[in-house]
Ligand binder design. Structure first.
Ligand code: SIN
Ligand code: FE2
Length: 213
């Protein structure tokens, strides 16, 4: 298709895998984003939160930004401070924010500025069950995610949590955007394989940038 060719010529580094799903392979400077993970964890360490039903979440998390995603017996929500330590989440560094906004703009989401970044830590054997990101205020804003370390399979379902998934392998340095018609699709991550990556050892990190407020 001509329009498609034009699209490719303008932004050769990205690929639209499905409506609203845009992948930028090996796009970010991994070390720069790894430094962000270390900076975040030094302030507020990774923690296994619990679901409102009291189940331990196997993926460990921490946040940076004006607010952080949080879950405990009181529900899923964004918190201006870490409820446990009472500390404000560290800021999203300007340089990082610019990289994320630029990628979003290339994918057609002009004006996206993340106010929150949730950092997931996957150990071998850990998976993320299918869910929808729906604790944010404005679903016209996309989600921008950056993967680091061990590769994983991101699964995109549709409007229901089961059925056939689009399997998207995510490698260290990849940036994935889901927005528009895919913004409220069910998605998850397959069980992390036991593998080694020089940046992280046997760990996978994922930084999920969102406009929550
Ligand atoms: C998420 O859906 O919150 C994280 C996705 C990922 O780890 O790639
Ligand atoms: Fe998610």
């Amino acid at each position: 298709m001509m329009q498609n060719d034009l699209f490719r010529a303008l932004a050769p580094e990205m690929e639209e895998l499905a409506p609203g799903i845009v992948l930028f392979q090996l796009y970010v400077d991994e070390q720069k984003f790894m430094d962000v993970v270390k900076y975040a964890a030094a302030e507020i360490p990774f923690r296994h939160m619990v679901t409102p039903g009291g189940k331990k979440i196997n993926v460990a998390g921490t946040s940076i930004g004006k607010c952080g995603w949080y879950s405990d017996r009181r529900g899923y929500r964004y918190e201006p401070k870490d409820p446990l330590s009472g500390k404000a989440w560290p800021e999203i560094p300007d340089e990082i924010s610019t990289i994320i906004s630029d990628a979003a703009a290339k994918a057609g989401f002009q004006g996206f500025v993340a106010d929150s970044c949730f950092i997931n830590r996957y150990s071998p054997g850990v998976r993320l069950t299918a869910h929808i990101d729906q604790d944010e205020k404005d679903f016209s804003q996309p989600i921008v995610s950056v993967s680091l370390g061990v590769s994983a399979i991101f699964q995109l379902f549709g409007e229901s949590r089961g059925g056939k998934a689009l399997n998207i392998p995510l490698h260290s340095g990849d940036l994935l955007i889901f927005g528009g018609p895919a913004r409220r699709a069910y998605h998850g991550v397959k069980k992390l394989e036991n593998a080694f990556h020089p940046l992280t050892g046997d760990i996978r990190y994922n930084l999920t940038f969102r406009k929550a407020l």
